[in-house]
Design a protein around this ligand. Sequence first.
Ligand code: HEC
Ligand code: HEC
Length: 191
Amino acid sequence: MAAMFTRLVSTIFGAGVGFAVAAVPAYAADDIEAKAQACAACHGQNGVPTEPKTIPIIWGQEKSYLVKQMRDYRNGERDNPIMSPIAKDLRQEDIRKIAAYFAAKSWPARQAAAATASPPNGLAQCQPCHQPNFEGGPPAPRLAGLSYEYLVASMRSFAADERTNNGDMPKFMQALTDSERDAMARYLSAL
Ligand code: HEC
Ligand code: HEC
């Protein structure tokens, strides 16, 4: 009886421990995958946002930028009625993992062939930070291929001091006219 009990206990615990050890890393990955699924409702199942005019691409965006934006939405430095509550619902310790998950994806391929216009004046001053091809890097996010509407709106919100989560961008955007920003947004969206 005692022997059988011991066997039973060791079977249960043996199986239990084995299961827990095997399942922990898988569970953590699945957990981030499941959280990322909630983002797909707007940011897109395949990286193309459901409403690109107002929702930016996050697949393949700079990791450090994604981390900072989620933190900024959480702490109110960047305010948006849709993203702020979503970011506040995230667990602090998940933010880096979610950012790494999306940064590792490929930026979605363009549907239409890019227009071959020459770059508007003034765009060269953006390249040290946004990189020569505007595909982003450690100092600043990718701009190439975001929608014209999202780009023009974010540039305008910096210029209007509505988006204040960066010290430099408002000054750069205030130095440009509406039509200069418009031409830049058009060019960048076609890259
Ligand atoms: C209901 C729609 C919706 C859902 C769901 C959603 N987002 Fe967003 N997201 C938006 C919109 C709209 C914006 C643009 C907000 C703005 O203009 O500040 C945005 C912006 C962002 C940005 C800033 C990107 C940039 O280029 O500045 C990040 C990062 C982001 N979302 C991450 C996420 C993550 C991670 C999730 C899932 C946990 C998520 N979002 C879920 C709608 C959504
Ligand atoms: C000194 C570096 C620097 C220069 C120069 C610069 N930017 Fe930026 N830009 C940034 C940083 C950093 C951010 C991200 C700010 C944040 O944390 O939200 C940014 C954000 C942006 C965004 C928002 C992207 C998004 O996904 O929401 C746009 C659009 C943009 N910049 C356009 C431009 C344009 C156009 C120029 C040139 C006229 C320019 N920037 C020059 C550093 C720079």
